[in-house]
Design a protein around this ligand. Sequence first.
Ligand code: HEC
Ligand code: HEC
Ligand code: HEC
Ligand code: HEC
Ligand code: HEC
Ligand code: HEC
Length: 308
Amino acid sequence: MKWRSWAAGGVALAVAFLAAWLTVFGSRALAASHTERDVQAGRALFATHCAACHGEGGRGDGASAASFATRPSDLADGRLMNGLPDEFLVSVITHGGPAQGLAPTMPPFDRTLSADQIRRVVAFVRTLARPDYRGGPTTLARPPRAPRQPIFFNHVIHSGSFQIPCQYCHADARRSEYAGLPSIERCVGCHKIIGVADNPEIGKIHDYARRGAPIPWMRVFKVPEFTYFPHKAHVRADVACQTCHGPIERMPVVGADTGPGLAHDLARLVGLHPPQRLLTMGWCVDCHRRENATRDTHAPLDCIACHH
Ligand code: HEC
Ligand code: HEC
Ligand code: HEC
Ligand code: HEC
Ligand code: HEC
Ligand code: HEC
């Protein structure tokens, strides 16, 4: 009798163990085979639709690559590709290069491939990267109130992919009140050659340069005249640009909802505590209090420091 219940207990234990093993490892194996299937399907689609330009291995050396002034991107260069979120790749493949400011020689595939097929192609493209793609943010940031700029300047390409340091372009941030916007000479320095022949957005840079006109960028972050905001102090105190401006390297177009808002003020009036809106006095003061309490900083709270 005893050995029987023993055996039954053993079997029950084995069953429970097997069930647990299956839920933990079985599902993982299933997920892995699922993505592996995606990659295989993506590889076939890539060979049919992309290899003529990008090459079998994605190196930008397909049979017709030489006929393009802007070379088809080297999709195997992990240094450039790994900082690009999936949504960026999907956007370019679905709607063509101009959807992200790139050349129209990268054609749209929305009529040839389904959303699911494009997802599989992206899964395959990720496997080409050297150094390896190890994941990262998958979505682009699309902040509110992003203005229509005179040139589609994309931070995702300059900062996310090419990783040009923020202060290479916003060079005054460390030493003055303003971060500053780059001069047209700074753009021309790189774009004398890059993209001029076949990217109309880059062509616009040269139109402005020829006319000797500055590019009339629309401003996004702006405090009223009667307030003093020095970038220098904040950069030197190691406050990251993104703390105040958001994930710029994932923004195709920079935007932000800033300044006092009526709905927000009313919510506070009735005792709710919505987070402070960007660039309001409460936003500045809250951070100054928080920083002083948690770090060895002396961020000012007296009126005159910000209003003089
Ligand atoms: C007719 C040629 C052509 C075909 C076909 C083509 N591409 Fe491209 N692709 C280009 C060119 C040229 C660029 C570079 C555009 C630029 O840098 O302005 C590009 C850029 C890209 C980029 C942007 C990468 C980066 O540098 O940010 C991705 C992603 C991409 N292609 C994926 C694909 C995929 C996937 C396919 C197949 C579904 C495909 N392309 C088919 C020509 C092509
Ligand atoms: C340090 C070099 C560098 C500087 C400075 C630079 N760019 Fe670029 N830019 C690039 C590279 C590299 C690309 C990617 C080209 C490609 O793959 O087609 C690019 C792409 C672009 C594109 C096409 C993609 C997009 O962003 O829409 C535009 C437009 C552009 N740059 C505008 C500008 C403007 C305007 C300035 C000056 C404010 C500027 N660039 C400064 C290197 C630079
Ligand atoms: C290649 C030059 C370049 C680089 C690199 C660059 N930017 Fe910019 N940035 C610009 C240009 C040009 C504009 C104006 C057009 C726009 O708003 O997108 C701009 C706009 C901005 C704005 C909005 C300014 C306003 O109107 O209030 C912020 C904030 C900003 N950049 C932050 C950053 C940060 C943070 C980084 C690094 C992650 C960075 N930028 C890297 C060129 C650059
Ligand atoms: C503590 C918050 C904070 C930090 C950190 C910060 N900024 Fe700003 N930034 C602002 C505010 C506030 C404005 C509006 C300033 C004004 O109107 O004078 C602004 C404006 C800008 C502008 C518009 C042009 C200008 O000079 O006014 C750019 C570009 C910019 N910031 C880039 C950067 C970059 C790049 C960094 C990191 C090196 C950075 N910011 C760090 C808060 C910040
Ligand atoms: C994310 C946190 C943060 C935000 C938001 C912020 N600050 Fe600061 N602020 C700091 C820190 C940190 C310091 C540096 C304190 C130090 O050096 O000990 C500082 C310092 C300052 C100083 C002193 C400069 C000096 O030379 O000593 C002024 C003025 C200032 N901030 C104004 C503002 C204004 C105006 C705003 C809102 C538009 C603002 N700050 C938003 C964190 C912040
Ligand atoms: C850390 C920076 C900072 C400090 C300290 C500060 N302010 Fe401000 N203040 C701002 C900013 C930024 C604005 C503009 C945005 C806004 O209206 O919320 C502003 C706006 C104001 C306004 C205009 C409000 C409106 O509705 O137009 C008044 C009045 C004002 N501040 C008074 C004061 C007084 C009084 C003190 C001292 C008790 C003070 N501030 C301390 C940053 C500061």
